[in-house]
Design a protein around this ligand. Structure first.
Ligand code: FA5
Ligand code: MG
Length: 414
């Protein structure tokens, strides 16, 4: 059934992306719409808010960490291709073979072997392996997800990794008995097996202070932050940083002490390290007061020109008046073979593009006689830069209804 969706909206030819050619197979989930985003590189476009925030973060690290010669310790990589192997995206960062994050329904696979990266962590292993001790990676990442003001299937992350030898970590402590590793085999809430508690606490302190200082550097001294303990397959212990934004806690990054197994397999098993991954849109939305994630993709000069000023750090985005929305509902019986909502969201994106502002499941019920499930979705269509007519949206919505029955195998009711 899914094969129908992907083969219908893709041609049967090979996928050409990022200078490579990839043959389709039963795992393919990329759509032409998504592939058209690859290579746009908003984070490298001068005066784009994502580029401004990337440069702010880079400069913070450049200034804070200097090597013995007085040069920046960190190097930045912002031009690595988002086409990565499934091994890079998952296996290299120890994501178990059966982990939910690998689902086809959540990722853009080119085929069984290649995918569009779902996080910048996909590059940790290769960069540690070439011998880097301190680096940043900025790039576009791709996830199949719901549709609303804070979710878009392409967003941007900035990864950071810093490794320490025992000498570097304990330099300031003047105690030669301090060690990074121990024979202790136990993993406890504070630390991995093999790590000493003193090493972990020093790295964790450095990590948390660096990121809290970064938040203050970006948002000012008054910003409220809090740490939440979480889980990632590639760090232990792991944390998320939340910042108070418009009265609510907003998660802006994940981080932690790198799994020693990852460092070991990348040839840096004698060092200890931290890693973090920041969401650039989340930070930019907070810093510049950008209300809708689709605006980052706008080519409207009323958006772009607001950031073309001598000191873009101080910009507070002035929303241009919103154009009126057009609502249409669609109800259908889900196929008995099952229904994946992300397939539907992808189809909406393919047919309506950025005109789809929001998709909400407004009704769901099961017919007790037939056992069939019905879903009703309300789609908010709205353009960022003009008024849509009921008629033109009607044409798009009709197209969506047709594609739903032909490629999702649902039975449309309205
Ligand atoms: C990760 O992607 C981990 N790779 C982060 C990490 C790196 C952890 C290194 C440990 C060490 P997560 O899926 O939570 O984690 O995403 C990280 C950040 O990206 C989030 O905190 C959020 O700021 C941003 N983000 C995640 N999903 C979205 C989305 N759909 N739209 C916008 N931003 C998002
Ligand atoms: Mg998260």
């Amino acid at each position: 059934r899914h094969q129908r969706l992907y083969s219908q909206i893709n041609q049967d030819s090979d996928i050409l992306v990022s200078g490579g050619s990839f043959s389709r197979d039963g795992f393919t989930t990329v759509t032409p719409k998504i592939l058209s985003r690859v290579g746009v590189n908003l984070h490298n476009e001068r005066n784009h808010p994502l580029c401004i925030i990337k440069e702010q973060i880079r400069d913070f690290f450049y200034k804070r960490f200097l090597n013995k010669r007085g040069n920046p310790l960190f190097s930045i990589y912002d031009n690595l291709s988002p086409v990565v192997t499934v091994w890079q995206n998952f296996d290299s960062v120890l994501v178990p073979k059966d982990h939910v994050s690998r689902r086809r329904g959540d990722n853009y696979y080119l085929n069984r072997e290649y995918m569009l990266r779902a996080h910048t962590s996909a590059h940790q292993h290769e960069l540690v392996k070439v011998g880097l001790d301190a680096f940043l990676v900025a790039g576009d990442v791709y996830r199949r997800d719901e549709i609303d003001a804070t979710h878009f299937p392409v967003f941007h992350q900035m990864e950071g990794v810093q490794l320490f030898s025992d000498f570097e970590l304990f330099e300031k402590c003047q105690d030669s008995s301090l060690k990074l590793f121990t024979d202790d085999q136990e993993r406890v809430p504070e630390k991995q097996e093999h790590h000493t508690l003193e090493a972990v606490k020093l790295v964790e302190f450095e990590l948390k202070h660096t990121l809290e200082d970064l938040a203050r550097f970006l948002f000012g001294e008054g910003i409220e932050t809090r740490w939440v303990v979480t889980d990632f397959p590639f760090t232990y212990p792991s944390f998320e940083l939340e910042i108070k934004f418009q009265g609510e806690w907003l998660e802006v990054l994940g981080c932690g002490i790198m799994e020693q197994e990852l460092l070991h397999s990348a040839g840096a098993g004698h060092k200890i390290g931290y890693a973090f991954g920041l969401g650039l849109e989340r930070l930019a939305m907070v810093l510049f007061h950008i209300p809708d994630i689709r605006l980052f993709w706008s080519t409207d000069s009323r958006f772009r020109s607001q950031f073309e000023v001598p000191d873009p750090r101080k910009v507070k985005f002035k929303p241009f008046s919103k154009f009126p929305p057009v609502f249409y509902d669609i109800s259908f019986w889900c196929p008995e073979s099952g229904f994946i909502s992300n397939d539907f969201y992808d189809l909406v994106r393919s047919v309506a593009g950025e005109m789809a502002e929001k998709v909400e499941l407004i009704d769901e019920f099961c017919n007790p006689k037939t056992g069939k499930t019905s879903h009703c979705y309300r789609i908010t269509y709205r353009s960022m830069d003009r008024t849509l007519t009921k008629e033109e949206v009607g044409t798009i919505h009709t197209e969506l209804i047709e594609q739903c029955s032909t490629s999702l195998g649902v039975e449309v009711r309205n």
